[in-house]
Unconditional design. Structure first.
Length: 90
């Protein structure tokens, strides 16, 4: 009986060694962990964006109430007008 048991153990080990199932499982686990880490980063970005949306919506409500705009001015108002030195003014 012991011989048959050892035979099947060796056979099972040989079959298991001939497959790449364990390597594929390790690779899949590594890929899943990498994807999970990227998802965590993206969720943090989404969280920050959602906070920004909430703040902006409060500004819209304040604007509807007639309050002045707070914070930085829009970019186009900050631009200084450049003078073209190459033009001749006769």
């Amino acid at each position: 009986m012991e011989k048959i048991k050892n035979y099947f153990k060796r056979l099972w080990k040989a079959l298991w060694d001939s497959t790449d199932l364990d390597e594929r499982a390790k690779a899949a686990l590594k890929e899943a962990k990498a994807r999970l880490a990227e998802m965590k980063k993206e969720l943090a970005d989404v969280k920050n964006a959602a906070k920004n949306v909430v703040a902006q919506s409060k500004d819209v409500v304040d604007a509807a109430k007639g309050k002045k705009r707070r914070g930085r001015k829009p970019y186009y108002k900050n631009k200084k007008k450049k003078k073209n030195k190459n033009t001749n003014s006769n």
